[in-house]
Design a protein around this ligand. Structure first.
Ligand SMILES: NC(=O)c1ccc[n+]([C@@H]2O[C@H](COP(=O)([O-])OP(=O)(O)OC[C@H]3O[C@@H](n4cnc5c(N)ncnc54)[C@H](O)[C@@H]3O)[C@@H](O)[C@H]2O)c1
Length: 342
């Protein structure tokens, strides 16, 4: 099949690389208005073709991957779908719930594949973490926590939540096999005049009685990419910055001895918990690039007509949380996902 990559900047160029090695793809088309960008990629991938606009490329492709800035995702994806092309849209799938729904409906009506580029749902460490939770290895999940911090890269028209938190939201939804009911966000604009560059977002999964906390920042001296799941039996840390042993399962825990809290005014004489310090294990993770796995899945779905694991509904679920987070930041309150159904 012939696959176009719309937007060949930092991330789109990685799609061009993995598609060039995908046996299902006979032609990669590099689509970007910047001619120097197209020339650089054509030098690196001489078998690729190129076009300056999506309109020019549409007759030459069967499917497209949209890797432009998020504000242009919906318009470009809708144009591709209207031309009968299968579409993978980078995260966040759209910048509004209305656009996400419009895109889902348009893809269904056109009978084309719509997939969200939630790369971490094609990551072996996230799969192992999901399995550890679902098999009960960690016990009952107490809480989840993630930190995605660095100095930069500032974006011009989306805040740090829209830029980085889609990863964590999709990871948490995937691990828990559920979607949050409520979102509560706090953010600060420091080096940027009006866009939040540091934020904490709390997701409530009511049915599971679990909360997940996401910390994202463009204003931190250390690069951190970490997801922690704390359970009643064990705890797990996925550290994407670790060279090896990216996932570690800690056989550690704390048990309450079941004491009632002291009555008002009564002193507490002993600490009512016991600690357990066990070993640390690191499951084997196959060496495979998540982006290549994701793009293979996309081309497999296009070839077979099957629904992707991260379909339009999966993309919408993340957009809903991002919209709820904006509302929570603006109104300084917890927002129910029902409020952003529109
Ligand atoms: N899944 C991931 O892990 C991951 C990682 C990084 C970025 N992303 C996503 O990828 C997308 C692109 O991010 P980036 O960091 O590569 O941005 P970037 O600014 O480096 O690249 C964007 C490119 O899009 C081109 N472009 C803009 N409008 C266009 C149009 N109408 N038609 C064709 N090309 C157009 C620009 O010329 C530029 O080359 C974003 O949605 C981002 O969230 C995903």
């Amino acid at each position: 099949m012939r696959v176009g990559v719309v937007g060949c900047g930092y991330w789109g160029s990685k799609h061009v690389r993995v598609l060039s090695m995908n046996p299902r793809v006979e032609q990669v088309v590099v689509i970007d208005p910047r001619s120097e960008r197209r020339q650089d990629l054509l030098r690196a991938f001489p078998a690729a073709a190129s076009a300056g606009t999506l309109a020019e490329a549409l007759p030459k492709v069967d499917a497209v991957i949209i890797a432009t800035p998020p504000s242009s995702h919906a318009e470009l994806a809708l144009r591709a779908v209207a031309a009968g092309k299968h579409v993978l849209v980078e995260k966040p799938m759209t910048t509004s719930v209305v656009d996400a729904r419009r895109l889902i409906d348009a893809a269904a009506a056109a009978g084309v594949v719509l997939m969200a580029g939630h790369t971490f749902e094609y990551n072996a460490a996230v799969w192992a973490l999901r399995d550890a939770v679902r098999n009960g290895d960690l016990g009952a999940v107490y809480y989840l926590d993630s930190a995605r911090l660095n100095l930069g890269l500032y974006q011009s028209n989306i805040n740090v939540v829209w830029d980085l938190a889609p990863h964590d939201i999709s990871i948490f939804n995937h691990i828990l096999g559920a979607r949050p009911d409520s979102v509560s966000a706090w953010g600060g604009s420091h080096a940027h005049r009006y866009l939040e560059d540091v934020a904490y977002v709390r997701l409530g999964y009511k049915e599971l009685d679990v909360a997940a906390q996401v910390h994202v920042s463009w204003l931190d001296p250390c690069k951190v990419r970490r997801v922690t799941v704390v359970g009643s039996r064990q705890m797990a840390v996925y550290n994407d910055m670790s060279g090896d042993e990216k996932l570690r399962i800690y056989d550690k825990g704390v048990s309450s001895s079941g004491h009632e809290p002291p009555a008002t005014g009564e002193a507490m004489h002993d600490i009512p918990v016991t600690y357990r310090y066990g070993g640390i294990s690191s499951p084997y993770l196959p060496v495979q690039e998540p982006l290549a796995v994701q793009d293979h899945h996309f081309t497999d779905c296009v070839a077979s007509g099957s629904t992707p694991d991260t379909d339009g509904a999966n993309g919408l679920a993340v957009v809903q949380v991002l919209v709820a987070s904006d509302l929570s930041l603006r109104e300084r309150r917890s927002v129910s996902l029902d409020e952003v159904e529109g």
